[in-house]
Design a protein around this ligand. Structure first.
Ligand SMILES: NC(=O)c1ccc[n+]([C@@H]2O[C@H](COP(=O)([O-])OP(=O)(O)OC[C@H]3O[C@@H](n4cnc5c(N)ncnc54)[C@H](OP(=O)(O)O)[C@@H]3O)[C@@H](O)[C@H]2O)c1
Length: 257
C-alpha cells in the first residue's frame, strides 16, 4: 500500500503523518505542516487525490511526501499505517473521520462498524504505534481530531460517542506522555465547510454563518494549543462559551435535547 514511487524518506526535516488529507481539515493540516518545513506521510483511500496533494506540497514548499493508500476501517489498512509509524514520525494527526446520518436502528451495521474503525480504532492503534519511538526520542506531537459533538450529547449518537471516546482517550493519556516530552491534544472543532456533511448526508443549510470555522485557522489553533501544552483545543470563542455552558446544564435537560 505504500507508494514506492514517492521520494524516499527520511530526510533531515521533521516528519508528520496526517490521516484524511485528501479533503477538508486534513488538507489544511498537511499544508500547514509542509509550510512549517515538515516532510509528510499522507494517508487516505483516494490514491489519485493523495498523489495530487503530494505533488502540490512538494512544488509549493519543497518537502517530500510519502503516500499510503489505506482504508482505516480495515485492519489491513490500519496495520500498514502502524508499520510506518513504528519507524518514527515527529507529528501524528489522527484526522480521518466520518459522520453517519439517520436513526441508529435503521443504520447499516457494517457502516457503523467502519465508523468505529476509522473514528476510534484507528486513533487507538495509530497512537499506540507512534508513541514508542516518540517517547524514546523524548519529543513528538499527536493531534487527535475529535469534535465539539464529542463534548455534547447529540442525536448523531454513534458519531458523538466516537468523538467523546477520542476526547477521553486523549485527556487520559496526555499528562502521562507529557512526562516523556510528547504533546497530545484532542481537537474539538465546530462546523467546517468540507466534504464531511455531504458525505454523511446531513443537511446543514440552516446552520448560521457565524458558526462556520475556517479549516486553516482550526489546524493552526490545534498546533498552537499543542505547543502551549493544552490537552483539549476548542477553536472559536463561541464554541468555547457554548461547551462551558453545556457542562452546567442538568443531565435530564441534556438527555431530552
Ligand atoms: N466538517 C465538520 O464540520 C467537522 C466538525 C467537527 C469535527 N470534524 C472532524 O474533522 C475530521 C476531518 O473531517 P473533514 O470535515 O475534513 O471531512 P472530509 O472533508 O469528509 O474529510 C475526511 C477525510 O477522511 C478520509 N477518510 C474517510 N474515511 C476514511 C477511511 N475509511 N480510511 C481512510 N481515510 C478516510 C477522507 O479521505 P478518502 O475519502 O480519500 O479516504 C478525507 O480525506 C473528521 O475526524 C471529522 O469527524 C469535522
Amino acid at each position: 500500500m505504500t507508494d514506492s514511487a514517492a521520494t524516499p524518506l527520511p530526510s533531515t526535516r521533521p516528519v508528520a503523518l496526517v490521516t484524511g488529507p485528501t479533503s477538508g481539515l486534513g488538507t489544511a493540516f498537511a499544508r500547514l505542516l509542509a509550510e512549517r518545513g515538515h516532510d509528510l506521510v499522507l494517508v487516505a483511500r483516494d490514491e489519485a487525490r493523495l498523489h495530487a496533494l503530494a505533488d502540490e506540497l512538494a512544488g509549493a514548499y519543497g518537502v517530500r511526501a510519502e503516500i499510503i493508500a489505506a482504508d482505516l476501517a480495515s485492519e489491513a489498512g490500519r496495520d500498514a499505517v502502524s508499520e510506518r509509524l513504528a519507524k518514527g514520525v515527529d507529528v501524528l494527526v489522527n484526522n480521518a473521520g466520518f459522520l453517519t446520518d439517520g436513526e441508529f436502528w435503521d443504520a447499516d451495521l457494517d457502516l457503523l462498524r467502519g465508523q468505529l474503525g476509522v473514528n476510534v480504532t484507528a486513533v487507538l492503534e495509530l497512537t499506540h504505534a507512534a508513541l514508542p519511538p516518540m517517547r524514546a526520542a523524548g519529543r513528538g506531537t499527536i493531534v487527535n481530531v475529535a469534535s465539539v459533538s464529542g463534548l455534547f450529547t447529540g442525536p448523531a449518537s454513534t458519531y458523538s460517542a466516537s468523538k467523546a471516546w477520542v476526547v477521553k482517550f486523549s485527556e487520559g493519556l496526555a499528562h502521562k506522555v507529557a512526562a516523556d516530552g510528547v504533546r497530545m491534544v484532542a481537537l474539538c472543532p465546530g462546523f467546517m465547510d468540507t466534504e464531511f456533511h455531504p458525505r454523511g448526508g446531513q443537511d446543514v443549510s440552516g446552520v448560521p454563518k457565524h458558526l462556520w470555522l475556517d479549516t486553516a485557522e482550526v489546524a493552526r489553533t490545534a498546533l498552537e494549543d499543542a505547543e502551549k501544552g493544552r490537552v483539549v483545543s476548542i477553536p472559536g470563542r463561541r464554541y468555547r462559551l457554548w461547551t462551558t455552558l453545556d457542562r452546567l446544564k442538568p443531565r435530564r435537560l441534556v438527555w431530552r435535547a
